[in-house]
Design a protein. Structure first.
Lengths: 239, 239
């Protein structure tokens, strides 16, 4: 039986051993949803980077550069952090360097901590990704990106959804209260994810920035079966 | 309208401003439940200390010394961390120095961070404490002690219960996802706290150490109206 541990904030990652485990980075609104979309739409790779300077430096190496800070698109960047900007052939066969407030830093943190594989989590491909993880068979860490190290509702909700799918009602074998907590939250919210998240701080923040469509899209279930994981410094299709 | 923020682990306390706020330290199983019981049973003060050495040094100053590590009573100490050891006149008019794995360290951390008042949280006096906080009117931080910096279910459950009582269904005014999360968990667990917590890691840990009775007691609602808070380095009855 594989073990699943939910880490509710990157600030708590140091308490969890991730070596020889698969780490799913979760930044539902919007980084990891956008990464999965970009790869599904034919981008050849997404390279998560921590700083805007790193992204800008990669522009000279043929990358499209994409990113946001505090929900705002970055000046002079090719793309923001909206999944819709990755559609209609805009990223096909392109490499993208992406930097965001929370999610892309987590990919780096999980890599630095020695994860076996770092996987991008999203509702858009949750079933395919869960199946991939079950088949791979390693213990799993579900790492919520949160908001500036604070716990958020949407990433916790996704962690609960994925833990539920993988454990298949075998919850009582868990030795991790964070996982129980995430599953409990998902049990409450699963019948209407968007309705459940209206109260959350980032939903409110993105609503104020007119990203309503992005949020609806990011909460859509199983639009595709592409699974996205990291090899070296870039994220690719791995199934 | 006062603001309520739940901090799910002491490792996240640095993200939250606590100055000029009331901080409720929550270590339901068992430190803060035991502190409240001791004061209600007539102890003149409880002094939370971080190390066993600090406790032992206070024995020479007339304190009863109490404590545990990893759920086990400490060798040579007068009392463990069970609320029942504080009953039947055993602590009446006594001062107690208490050191525990998680809870007592949080009292110190909240004090060091500059909290206006540090309050001991327990189900045993939850209504009286919530009323005291509402009357006092300062913004509130509900600080879950967790287990060695990891998030736990029972402290989150209590934080949700107290936030619910104080906000009185005014949840949509909250700008803190951790508070929403705690309230959601409480909504799921409120009809049978003990049943809800059977799955939690610390419930299992204490069950293995034969502390079943302690846990049932610590989940009892409103056994008394004594409110316990810190003045200088000691905790007293404050109502």
């Amino acid at each position: 039986m594989l073990e699943i541990e939910v880490v509710l904030s990157p600030a708590l990652l140091r308490l969890t051993e991730v070596r020889n485990k698969n780490v799913v980075v979760i930044d539902i609104l919007r980084a990891t949803s956008t990464i999965c979309t970009a790869i599904h739409e034919g981008a050849s790779a997404v390279r998560p980077v921590k700083t805007t300077e790193e992204a800008i430096a990669l522009k000279n190496h043929g990358y499209l550069i994409a990113g946001e800070r505090d929900g705002h698109k970055l000046e002079g960047f090719d793309l923001g952090n909206s999944p819709f900007e990755c559609m209609n052939g805009r990223v096909t066969n392109q490499k993208i360097a992406l930097t965001t407030t929370n999610g892309t830093k987590c990919v780096q943190a999980a890599t630095d901590a020695g994860a076996s594989n770092v996987i991008a989590g999203s509702f858009l491909n949750i079933d395919a990704t869960s199946e991939w993880l079950k088949k791979d068979g390693k213990d799993i860490v579900l790492l919520c990106a949160g908001w500036k190290d604070k716990v958020n509702l949407e990433d916790t909700l996704f962690a609960g959804a994925m833990a539920s799918k993988i454990l298949n009602n075998n919850f009582y074998t868990l030795d991790c209260d964070s996982t129980h907590l995430a599953i409990d939250v998902y049990e409450l919210g699963k019948h209407n994810l968007a309705q459940f998240l209206i109260k959350s701080s980032h939903y409110q923040r993105l609503s104020n920035l007119h990203h309503q469509e992005d949020m609806e899209y990011c909460l859509s279930l199983n639009l595709f079966e592409t699974v996205v994981g990291q090899k070296n410094v870039e994220m690719f299709k791995i199934n």
